[in-house]
Design a protein around this ligand. Sequence first.
Ligand SMILES: C[S@@+](CC[C@H](N)C(=O)[O-])C[C@H]1O[C@@H](n2cnc3c(N)ncnc32)[C@H](O)[C@@H]1O
Length: 209
Amino acid sequence: MSERTHTYWDTRHREHDDLASGGHIGLDRAGNEIFYALRLGTLLPLIGDLADESAPLFVLDAGCGKGHFARALARCGHRVDAFDASEEAVAHARAEGGGPRYAVAALDEWRSPWPYDVVLCIDVLFHVLDDRDWAAGLRNLASLVRITGRLILTDEDTRTRRPRGDYILHRPTAEYADELQRLGLRHTLFTPYGFRENEVGFHVFTRTR
Ligand SMILES: C[S@@+](CC[C@H](N)C(=O)[O-])C[C@H]1O[C@@H](n2cnc3c(N)ncnc32)[C@H](O)[C@@H]1O
């Protein structure tokens, strides 16, 4: 991640509240409450409703921001690792506690001795503008998914590249699918957020080999 991007995220996490900094910067508090609640409600069925204390799902939240989703999934009984490139965000997440194990790392840096049942990457990859960083991050996330496990990431479901402003590049679904297919992950589902005019949603990739 470039120094400029790093500074952008640290500043955004320092200057905005826990929801706006990782949610939608243009929404007020109530709007972000709805945005997070709606996405959590859409995400949970994609992960599954089995949360057995003796056999929790092992979940990674990559680019966790201040840990909103990581904490929610820990409350639902899952065992959660979470990381983000922003020290500011991770310090905030750690202070909140709630179960997840946090680290500071970039998408292409995180290593784990064990694979995850589910790897999440929510509203991060379309903020990674550099194609090499994007591909390296995506490949690393794929390597962390156990066979038959899922990589759930978010972007629009589009056929064309759609840059928006300084920090957003929506990539075609085919670019994700091509990169992941050769690593044994198949695109199995797209579920849109269904939030106002937002066209982003959850792409589910299942590891088959
Ligand atoms: C829009 S926020 C989303 C945060 C969180 N997933 C959520 O939904 O609340 C994007 C996050 O991605 C992180 N990020 C951006 N590029 C990253 C990278 N290459 N590696 C790790 N984290 C990154 C930023 O620091 C920021 O916390």
